[in-house]
Design a protein around this ligand. Structure first.
Ligand code: PMP
Length: 393
């Protein structure tokens, strides 16, 4: 007699085909993936430790060095989303008890503060309302007071729609013996960043925003200063998966001739990421920045013509990839978003963290960054404002 028999039948849903709707992804990410990148991700799988895969990874490394404008050897892509890069950066350069300073002006600073707190760092914050800008004086004062080993700033604050100035901050961090960590998940390819010239010690981004690859991989780079700190620690990082002493070998960055098995990288995700970095290299960074700015300005003018108010008043501080619109007086933002999804197949989103109930966010990035898409978004918004009742609120 069999020890046991099936008690759980095959679920009915599994006997139906996968259904995925076609949608305009005009939220803050993921954005629509162009056919060329989808096709790259659909190529046959090879082993994660095959020489051809190492070639793909070497290409990715070169593509990231270009996108970040860095010569850093310690450059790679995380197997994981943007959060994997956030945790990798913090876990590897900070030891428990060490001081970390985080600039909080939206959700991403809040998240990094929590990540650092969870691993036992002594976390200090400088805080502004969502979309607030820190002066270099604000930052230097806090560096002098808290003597952090790491300072975190978000370049493209996607919850607020802000692109934060970076110039001069890297020099202040050097003066105070602090590593400068910058998040460009929402801004890379859409707004200028120069890792080496701006003295950024650790930089990361995500695959699913202006790079237009599927979610699930995250480029990251550490310079020599960051490597000195992370490879001279007394304790092991809390994460095995994100330990750079292993990842540097997996990416062929540690000078050893043999790469050892550490984990199985997302092979299809790396194919797609390689293609997205190739598209950026073909277009050129400067053209990509110019194009995002041009389409964003066209979209902002259209919004203002409709009587809508932009959440970031200063044009030069607006993130070209993700626009934040102040919720128009008397409307329920959830109703507006639902209407546009239902009638226009367009995704836009509300705020996130401290910007909830304050903004509607519209992303036009990479492949989606086209004036005709700006027109679709404007028409959907105009229709929603006409059809949704001024409320209750
Ligand atoms: N940082 C910023 C600025 C982001 O916009 C996002 C994604 N919205 C993240 C980090 C986190 O990335 P992920 O969702 O890929 O983990």
């Amino acid at each position: 007699r069999a020890m046991s028999s099936l008690t759980i039948p095959p679920p009915a849903c599994m006997l139906r085909p996968l259904e995925v709707p076609l949608r305009y992804l005009f939220g803050p990410g993921p954005s629509n993936v162009p056919p060329r990148i989808l096709a790259a991700g659909a190529r046959p799988i090879i082993g994660h430790l095959h020489p051809e895969m190492y070639e793909v990874m070497n290409d990715i490394k070169k593509g990231i060095q270009y996108a970040f404008q860095t010569q850093n050897n310690m450059t790679m892509a995380m197997s994981g989303s943007g959060h994997a890069a956030m945790e990798c950066a913090v876990f590897n350069v900070v030891e428990p008890g060490e001081s970390v300073l985080v600039a909080v002006n939206g959700i991403w600073g809040e998240r990094v503060a929590e990540i650092a707190e969870r691993m036992g760092a002594s976390v200090h914050t400088i805080v502004k309302a969502p979309g607030g800008v820190f002066t270099n004086e604000d930052i230097e004062k806090a560096l002098a007071k808290h003597k952090p080993v790491l300072f975190f700033l978000t370049h493209g604050e996607s919850s607020a729609g802000l692109v934060h100035p970076v110039d001069g901050i890297g020099d202040l961090c050097r003066k105070h013996n602090t590593l400068f960590l910058v998040d460009t998940v929402a801004s890379l390819g859409a707004a200028p960043i120069f890792m080496d010239q701006q003295n950024v010690d650790i930089l990361y981004t995500g695959s699913q925003k202006a790079l237009n690859a599927p979610p699930g991989t995250a480029p990251i780079s550490f310079n020599e200063r960051a490597c000195r700190k992370m490879f001279n620690r007394k304790t092991k990082p809390v994460s095995y998966l994100f330990d750079m002493s292993h990842l540097s070998n997996y990416w062929g960055n540690d000078g050893k001739s043999a790469r050892q098995y550490h984990h199985t990288g997302p092979v299809s995700g790396f194919f797609a990421l390689r293609e997205s970095l190739a598209i950026l290299a073909e277009m050129g960074l400067e053209e990509s920045w110019r194009h995002h700015k041009e389409v964003a300005e066209y979209f902002w003018a259209g919004l203002e013509d409709m009587g809508l108010q932009l959440f970031i008043p200063d044009k030069d501080l607006r993130l070209p990839s993700v626009t934040t619109i102040t919720i128009p007086e008397g409307y329920n933002w959830r109703e507006l978003l639902q209407y546009m999804m239902q009638h226009h197949q367009i995704e836009m989103t509300g705020g996130l963290g401290p910007s909830v109930d304050k903004v509607i966010r519209v992303g036009l990035m990479g492949y989606n960054c086209q004036k005709r898409n700006a027109d679709l978004a404007l028409a959907a918004l105009a229709d929603a404002l006409r059809k949704c009742k001024k409320s209750k609120a």
